[in-house]
Design a protein around this ligand. Structure first.
Ligand SMILES: [Zn+2]
Length: 721
């Protein structure tokens, strides 16, 4: 190859070097993995294509161009691998797979496209190349995400986005492989076009059959996009989640193998109730119909949509959808419905606000009380903990309102602070001005004052909150210290012991305790101090009555920081007849237990009452585990409150009232009266968060009893606690 033809190759190398060095400082990008591979592929497409155009004009050959440009990819690969020296590249092998799938395909496509354009003698070929590249970056993404119920998008230029940001474990679907095969097929087609144009006119006819057959093959790929896994269709989802119930504006799709019709009905009612309630709160007269897809299994969901655990509202689809896992329904349905309700307030076509902080803030602000400290309480405590009290919260919220600030923040901090701020705006000024700022209008014109002064007012409001649950401090410390994706040491890497634990959870949801125990054993073999697996394992053993192995396992002192493990140790002691030791531990745990957790505290009292009778205690433990049993009494002979420490009997009474709220034949007015009495007694002891939750549940249960009178034991099949 003549020297002149190689000109510019050094510049390409420099660009790759610069790109890789720019990625170094960010932990998520400064390693060989999906995100960095996508960015390198994006750059590589334009670098390789731009260079190749000139190279072909000077008479260079396709084979040489491909070889040189593919070899250049060793630069970003080497520089990104180098970060191993100071950063754990936990998931290097999978990362390497992404690196092989993304940049080389893009380079081959870019070089062959440039070759085809040059051979065809297209005027301003380089400009056309850039235009085709940019169009391919944007249009298919819009086509995939705006027209299909999927959270992944594969791309000829940058490789693809595999799923939502918040999912730990990226979904590697077969569709990605078919898509990359399609990229290479396009490259082959461009190669043929180039050959066709270089052949003398008289001989060109010989190329037609090849061109036509490859064109037909390309067409076939696009026709089969759904079965090949390159796109997801709503029809396909509805086929897999074949159960279907419509209530009001809500249609629930569920997996009949995982959920009974009755449970599905209850969930459909719950969603319809929340939707109605939130629409009224926001002053929305006619909310859009919404389809809710409830997946039974994260693996199946990832294969279908690219998302695993994250609950999402696809507000940008022509008819909006919510996707979530069955196990997360109770905790996230109201949040996702709120996103759907305000879609008309947001940007046209996209359905969300340009101020991302408001999107999540509004949904958090409308979540029903769950018994935990409220966003206001948490924000107030976070403000107190900050070194520079006033400035810290104001600056943080101002930053959270823009997308970059929001996504790089710790998610618990971002969600809670914006949630508290929006709740304040909503309570103080109503929905009308919020609607305007959500659509992009300035705070000044919607509220008559700039955002800074609104934020300062909110901080002053937080300082005036008269009562904050004592346990809030612990909650804030725990939640606000979970690092963001950009701070994590190994983002998007799930180590083997966590994988085993997640598989065990899935088995438990399917009712296969034997398989679950084997998987938990495996998780603990790989990491014996992994608390979630220890909690589950000890719990399963206790329910089987095997107290000795639990006690033995928990003999190590360092694992006992966790209060659930301490509780399991106390249970094991009690089951083994070590009555005094168990009592001492129960008493200590009761004092430490968060005051908002009525369920947990009531559970401790029940255990304490049964401590001398191992048979009864085992019955209590099983009863506590099974919400379906809630309407039956945990004891046959009720003789418990004589031996309880002072104040415990009241907690137990409150817990029993809570557990049996709406049970059996209770009429709507009985539920209402029972709920009111419980709210009153909880408020008297300062348990405001629990009281708010009971109040909300009472309203829901009375609503349900009125619209669905034939359903009897409401509480047993549906209890979020
Ligand atoms: Zn959300």
């Amino acid at each position: 190859m003549p020297r002149g033809q190689r000109a510019g190759i050094g510049r390409c190398g420099f660009i790759y070097g610069g790109m890789s060095l720019a990625l170094w400082p960010v932990p998520l990008l400064g390693m060989v993995h999906a995100a960095s591979a996508a960015l390198i592929a994006l750059g590589a497409f334009f670098v390789a294509g731009g260079w190749a155009w000139r190279f072909f004009q000077q008479g260079g050959r396709l084979r040489d161009a491909l070889r040189m440009q593919l070899l250049l990819l060793l630069i970003p690969w080497a520089l990104l691998t180098l970060t191993v020296l100071w950063r754990p590249n936990c998931d290097y092998l999978r990362g390497m797979l992404f690196f092989l799938l993304f940049p080389p395909g893009s380079v081959v496509l870019a070089v062959t496209l440039a070759n085809a354009l040059e051979s065809a003698g297209v005027q301003h070929g380089r400009r056309w190349f850039a235009l085709i590249g940019l169009g391919t970056c944007v249009l298919p993404v819009a086509y995939d995400l705006l027209l299909h119920p999927q959270l992944y998008t594969y791309n000829h230029v940058f490789g693809g986005i595999l799923g939502p940001l918040y999912d730990e474990d990226l979904a590697l679907r077969p569709g990605l492989l078919s898509f990359r095969a399609l990229t290479l097929l396009w490259a082959f087609w461009f190669g043929l076009v180039a050959c066709f144009h270089r052949t003398p006119r008289l001989l060109q006819a010989g190329w037609w059959p090849a061109l036509w057959s490859i064109t037909a093959l390309l067409g076939t790929f696009y026709l089969l996009a759904v079965p090949l896994g390159m796109n997801t269709s709503t029809t396909g989802l509805a086929q897999v989640l074949s159960g279907r119930i419509t209530r009001g504006s809500v249609t629930l799709h569920y997996d009949p193998r995982r959920m009974t019709q009755e449970e599905a009905m209850l969930r459909a009612y719950r969603a319809a109730y929340d939707y109605e309630r939130l629409a009224r709160r926001l002053g929305i007269a006619r909310p859009d119909p919404v389809r809710i897809f409830v997946f039974g299994d994260p693996v199946q969901r990832a294969q279908l949509t690219g998302a695993r655990y994250t609950s999402v509202a696809l507000v940008w689809l022509a008819s909006p959808q919510i996707h979530l896992l069955q196990g997360r329904f109770e905790q996230s349905i109201a949040h996702e419905l709120a996103h759907v309700l305000v879609r008309k307030w947001g940007l046209p076509l996209l359905g969300f606000s340009p101020r991302i902080g408001l999107v999540e803030g509004l949904a958090v602000a409308l979540e029903p009380p769950d018994g935990q400290p409220t966003p206001h309480e948490q924000a107030a405590v976070a403000g107190l903990l900050a070194r520079n009290r006033t400035d810290s919260l104001t600056a943080q919220v101002a930053q959270l309102l823009n997308p970059w600030g929001f996504w790089t923040s710790r998610s618990a901090v971002a969600y809670t602070l914006t949630g508290s701020f929006v709740r304040y705006l909503l309570d103080r000024f109503g929905a009308a001005p919020l609607r305007r700022v959500y659509g992009g209008t300035s705070f000044q014109s919607a509220y008559g004052q700039p955002v800074d002064s609104l934020v300062r007012e909110w901080v002053r409001f937080l300082r005036r909150i008269p009562y904050v649950d004592r346990a809030t401090l612990a909650v804030v410390r725990e939640r606000f210290h979970v690092p963001s994706l950009f701070e994590r040491r190994c983002p998007h890497y799930v180590p083997p012991h966590e994988r085993a634990y997640e598989a065990a959870q899935r088995m438990l949801e399917q009712g296969d305790t034997l398989q679950a125990e084997a998987l938990l054993d495996e998780a603990l073999r790989r990491n014996s101090a992994f608390i979630p697996a220890l909690v589950r394992w000890t719990q399963l053993r206790l329910l089987r009555g095997d107290a000795a192995s639990v006690r033995e396992r928990l003999a190590g002192a360092d694992t006992l920081q966790d209060r659930r493990l301490q509780l399991h140790l106390a249970d094991a002691l009690a089951l083994m007849g070590k009555v005094e030791a168990a009592r001492v531990l129960y008493r200590r745990l009761y004092l430490q237990w968060p005051s908002y957790d009525l369920n947990g505290r009531g559970g401790i009292v029940l255990r304490y009452a049964a401590v001398g009778r191992p048979g009864a205690l085992l019955h209590v433990l099983r009863w506590l585990e099974n919400p379906r049993e809630r309407c039956k009494s945990p004891f046959e002979d009720v003789s418990w409150d004589q031996t309880l420490p002072p104040g415990w009997a009241r907690t137990l009474r409150q817990a029993m009232q809570w557990w049996t709220l709406g049970c059996g034949e209770a009429s709507a007015s009985e539920i209402l009266a029972g709920g009111r009495a419980l709210v009153e007694s909880l408020r008297q002891v300062g348990a405001f968060s629990a009281a708010a939750c009971v109040q909300e549940t009472t309203l829901w249960l009375t609503w349900l009893r009125n619209v669905f009178p034939e359903y009897r034991s409401v509480c047993c099949a549906y209890c979020s606690w």
